[in-house]
Design a protein around this ligand. Structure first.
Ligand SMILES: Cc1ncc(COP(=O)(O)O)c(C=O)c1O
Length: 484
């Protein structure tokens, strides 16, 4: 049974605004907007056609035709005597908290708006230290091709139909095994949902939480700008919680009224710190006391260079942790394949959101990835990357010491980037702009902060070669001295 219907007044419909001759189209558009901005939430009933026709003084046929359009594009379904009920709202058009949502195509870590932001995102640079990508030249093309050939040879014709919106069963099994081996998580394949990367997981989860009445997800500060943008695009507020050398300040989290928090416990983005043992315990206490939700973004945890990575929080408190990971840092962001384990209370809604988003990820790449995971090829790839990334990290730390001797390097020996901070009489965005003019692209730390911080840079070291690292850091050092 749907919630109460609303009339023309509540929906602010004024038939005078409609072009004559296109009234059904106009009304369908207005109703889509009302669904998107929450005036007509999922589960609510559209006004009865007779009633709305009377209020707008149009024929009932106009209303019926508009409702039919909404039915065709999946916003509503007819439920007989219960009327016409809203079943889906498009995530893109949800009410946005300030700042405005990013433009379509904006990536993780790319704030829209000003020329320098756009230049730092789009301009090609001779040497690119943008964080977030592994060594893409190491993509295992031969192993992928071989696995794809095998999959194609063995695949039955029916497998080319629509897949399970939760993901291909073979991949869900392979992911559950992979995470048991590499992240200490015990999960049944039935709990895994395959999504188009963590970016989509956050969009889907944002919708699910919004529909559940949540309006706030606390985030780390500094913390990933991209992750924050995805949540805000779903109409969620993202109050900042400070991060120190032990990770998120749980005492400060308690001081917010948020009952959900997004964090990167294994390797905090961007500071690189690891959530300390006492903090982990305190976070667990927070989640149990507040019946809270922890969204664990495990984006690069497998890349730990000095010891085994800390186990995922999800391995300790499945009821309160929604775990998200992807192959973006293991293979390539271009694959757009990730996974999410939601607590039982959100699982069905998450699957529904995924189904409405795209009916499920493309099946063929999922099956190829499953093959790589099962055959051990992905573990071999990870070992190769770890060796290579570690050498590049060492090269970058050495170059910071030589060319930016006053900068402080933060974080554990892990991941694909490091963060430096420095004292300066100019902003980190000024430094990034000046470096870009000399052909070197770096990301200002301030992009990832909602509160004032020391200026700094987030430096991706996994993709550039050791020669580029040496040359780029030398240029960066010169640029810094020039600005001073
Ligand atoms: C903090 C953080 N989380 C997650 C991701 C990965 O997103 P996706 O899996 O959608 O590629 C990134 C990518 O840069 C990131 O920086």
């Amino acid at each position: 049974m749907g919630r109460a219907a609303h009339g023309a007044d509540f929906l602010q419909l004024r038939i005078d605004d409609a072009p004559s001759g296109g009234r059904a189209d106009w009304l369908a558009r207005q109703l889509r907007l009302a669904i998107a901005d929450g005036r007509l939430p999922v589960g609510s009933r559209l006004p009865a056609t007779r009633v709305l026709a009377g209020e707008l003084r149009v024929s009932r046929g106009v209303i019926t035709e508009a409702y039919q359009r909404l039915g065709e594009d999946g916003h509503v379904v007819g439920r007989g005597r219960n009327g016409t009920v809203v079943v889906a709202a498009p995530a893109k058009a949800r009410p946005a908290a300030s700042p405005p949502p990013p433009p379509p195509g904006a990536l993780f870590g790319t704030p829209p708006g000003t020329d320098i932001f756009d230049a730092l995102r789009d301009a090609p640079a001779r040497i690119d230290f943008s964080p977030g990508v592994p060594d893409l030249t190491a993509f295992p093309r031969t192993a992928w091709l071989r696995a794809e050939r095998t999959v194609l040879r063995e695949l039955s014709a029916s497998a080319f139909g629509y897949g399970d919106p939760r993901g291909a069963p073979a991949l869900r099994i392979a992911v559950a095994d992979w995470l048991a081996r590499n992240r200490g998580i015990r999960a049944a394949p039935g709990d895994v949902v395959i999504a188009a990367g963590t970016a989509q997981t956050l969009t889907l989860l944002g919708r699910v939480l919004h529909d559940d009445g949540l309006r706030t997800v606390a985030v780390e500060d500094p913390g990933s700008l991209g992750a924050r943008q995805h949540l805000r695009n779903g109409g969620l507020d993202t109050p900042p919680v400070p991060v120190d050398a032990d990770g998120i300040r749980v005492d400060q989290l308690r001081a917010t009224d948020a009952s959900a928090v997004l964090l990167t416990p294994a390797h905090q983005f961007p500071t690189g710190v690891v959530l300390g043992g006492e903090r982990r315990r305190d976070l667990m206490r927070w989640a149990t006391e507040r019946d809270g939700l922890i969204i664990e973004d495990d984006y690069d945890a497998e890349h730990r260079y000095d010891r085994a990575p800390v186990p995922a929080l999800r391995s300790l408190l499945a009821e309160h942790v929604c775990y998200a990971g992807s192959v973006s840092k293991l293979l390539a962001p271009a694959l757009r394949i990730g996974w999410v384990f939601a607590p039982p209370k959100y699982r069905d809604a998450l699957v529904a959101a995924k189904r409405f988003a795209d009916l499920g990820n493309a099946v063929l790449p999922q099956l190829v990835l499953a093959r790589l995971m099962e055959s051990g090829a992905l573990e071999r790839q990870l070992r190769l990357l770890r060796g290579r990334h570690r050498r590049r990290r060492d090269a970058m730390i050495a170059a910071v010491g030589t060319h930016l001797p006053h900068a402080v390097v933060h974080g554990a020996a892990a991941g694909l980037h490091l963060t430096i901070t420095f004292d300066a009489g100019f902003s980190d965005t000024d430094l990034a702009a000046a470096a870009l003019a000399r052909g070197v692209k770096v990301q200002p730390l301030s992009w990832h902060s909602q509160r004032p911080h020391r200026p700094g840079l987030v430096l991706g070291y996994a993709a550039p070669t050791a020669t580029d690292i040496a040359e780029g850091m030398e240029t960066l050092g010169e640029t810094l001295r020039h600005l001073r």
